[in-house]
Design a protein around this ligand. Structure first.
Ligand SMILES: [Zn+2]
Length: 251
């Protein structure tokens, strides 16, 4: 029953690594087990995020204890268990150390609407966790991260990494990728003298409302899985039927 979920989680690891979220054996992703809100599947410790396979993924309970699988558990498990504990709307949690997000966090500046990827995180939508720059290896610290995240889809752990959460694996991957891209865009603008023109007001609100939909999450994830297979294995994977949006306002 969890076979498909395990395969999607393994695909998510490959996609995240391809998009700059790999950090050797650091970084992890989890997904809540359907029908069992107190347990989740998670990447094991000791391997790269792109090395997850359906049979090496571990199962963890909401207290952070490993209850299934043979490989070791990440000591930052509490980011996942504590976010999943308080966010019933969240099924998937990602923690990674993407370079641009970490570099951006050191500027101490708010994220602004430089480009399309930025719109989800502007105007108070991106909490910064500053309680520590150390690893989140206790339940108490995990709880503090979950509190800082609140109802938002993502946060930055200052001088450390990011946390992204979503109702599906596809949505959380989308958010993690968009956040890293938004930070990269702003770093480029900062390096060129600082952004002078930004999306704002009603224009920004309209763009944001178009830019975060389940069909986009699913289609982008599917595209990135095909791209990874093509780059990694030379396999040309035919594009499947796309998920469509009811008002046909595709992009
Ligand atoms: Zn970390």
């Amino acid at each position: 029953m969890t076979d498909h979920l395990r395969e999607t989680l393994a695909d998510a690891g490959r996609v995240l690594a391809m998009e700059g979220h790999g950090d050797y054996v650091a970084g992890h992703i989890s997904v809540r087990l359907p029908g069992d809100p107190g347990r989740f599947l998670m990447k094991p410790a000791g391997i790269g995020i792109e090395e997850m396979r359906p049979d090496n993924i571990i199962t963890v309970d909401i207290e952070g204890n490993k209850v299934g699988g043979t490989m070791p558990r990440h000591n930052e498990v509490y980011i996942h268990s504590e976010v999943l504990r308080v966010r019933s709307d969240v099924a998937c949690v990602i923690h990674s150390h993407p370079m641009h997000a970490v570099a951006f966090s050191s500027l101490g500046k708010p994220l602004v609407a430089v480009g399309n990827s930025s719109v989800h995180f502007t105007n108070g939508r991106l909490p910064i966790f500053s309680e520590t720059t150390d690893l989140i290896i206790s339940q108490e610290r995990g709880r503090a991260v979950a509190r800082c995240l609140g109802a938002h889809p993502a946060l930055i752990l200052r001088n450390h990494g990011i946390v992204a959460a979503g109702a599906s694996i596809e949505e959380a991957v989308w958010t993690a990728i968009k956040l890293e891209k938004a930070c990269q865009l702003q770093l480029l603008a900062e390096a060129a003298g600082g952004p002078k023109l930004l999306a704002e007001g009603a224009d920004l609100d309209k763009k944001r409302s178009r830019a975060d939909r389940p069909d986009l999450h699913a289609n982008t994830f599917g595209y990135l899985v095909r791209k990874w297979r093509c780059q990694c294995c030379g396999e040309i994977v035919p594009a499947p039927q796309v998920v469509t949006f009811e008002n046909k306002d595709q992009r």
